[in-house]
Write a protein that binds this ligand. Structure first.
Ligand code: AMP
Length: 290
């Protein structure tokens, strides 16, 4: 595996790969890699060569009171893990090169970015869309891989590629969880003791919703009341939002239809966590995937 730190180096490598007719795959990450990230790598390796993993803790997607400074950074162990997985290139650009003095352009996906995570984290998706657009330009991937863990982000990136005629195909991959259900996240490193135990409430709430959906419940108010009940029973958990939305528009729905997302955000101690389930119509009934 080769590690590339410069934008010009990355552009040259990907230009050469494309010229040889190779299919470039990109997995954008902020590092502190875990099995969730690795699942995206394995999916990319099924049809892409070379596979590029970018690691960039993007200052533009953190609010002023968020955890940019303390966000876990572990480039050396990340590099070793990617090497062991057979990744071709690790792209780790320097912040000064990504955002040189005088940088003043952003990508804003209107509407989809304003709700849910976007309402709680002002400017977050502007930062995400801008950095991902830049990465796509640098790497020129045919396919880019995103986790459904960040379902709103994946939806926004898909919209961005559509609207800007970016030819990269967006592939969304399933959520990877710990054995007790907690969705893997680099921020789980912040969770210790009682907070770590309490954090499973998000999964437990989605799991109970999954059972109710399987039993035929399709009324959103009732599903949400039950999901909130599971979260509220855990005193360390403070709900930010719990919503059921259309998977395409991200607008709230009254009853299940087509494809919906159940989106949860909550703070456990001082750690903000998100999780979700996808609910899809199958004939006359619905099935939730947590
Ligand atoms: P991050 O490093 O947190 O920016 O995440 C990089 C990519 O990994 C994003 O597309 C995330 O959605 C994805 N990802 C993070 N956690 C998981 C997980 N538990 N399962 C699947 N994908 C994940």
């Amino acid at each position: 595996m080769e590690t590339i730190h410069t934008i010009s180096g990355m552009k040259q490598v990907s230009r050469e790969a494309r010229a040889k007719g190779r299919v470039v795959g990109l997995i954008p990450t902020m590092g502190a890699l875990h099995e969730g990230h690795f699942s995206l790598v394995r999916e990319a390796q099924r049809r892409c060569s070379p596979v590029v993993v970018s690691i960039f803790v993007n200052p533009a997607q953190f609010g002023p009171s968020e955890d940019f400074q303390k966000y876990p950074r572990s480039l050396e162990s990340d590099r070793a893990a990617l090497e062991a997985l057979g990744v071709d290139y690790l792209f780790a650009p320097a912040p000064e090169e990504m955002y040189p003095a005088g940088f003043c352009t952003s990508v804003v996906v209107e509407g989809l970015s304003d709700r849910l995570e976007g309402r709680s984290r002002q400017g977050h998706f502007r930062g995400v869309a801008t950095v991902v657009a830049k990465l796509f330009e640098m790497v020129g991937p045919s396919f880019a891989y995103f986790g459904r863990k960040d379902a709103q982000q994946a939806r926004i990136i898909r919209q961005m590629t559509r609207d800007l005629d970016i030819e990269t195909q967006i592939v969304t991959c399933p959520i990877v969880r710990e054995s007790d259900g907690l969705a893997l996240s680099s921020r789980n490193l912040y969770l210790a003791g009682d907070d770590r135990r309490a954090a499973t409430a998000l999964y437990r709430s989605l799991e109970s919703l999954e059972r109710q959906v399987a039993a035929g419940e399709s009324d959103v108010a009732r599903l949400l009341a039950a999901a909130r009940g599971v979260l509220s029973a855990e005193p360390r958990v403070k709900i930010d939002y719990a919503e059921i939305v259309d998977a395409d528009t991200l607008e709230p729905v009254m009853s299940l239809r087509g494809s919906c997302l159940v989106l949860l955000a909550a703070t456990v101690g001082s750690t903000r966590l998100i999780d979700n389930a996808l609910v899809e119509q199958e004939g006359d009934s619905f099935r939730a995937t947590v």
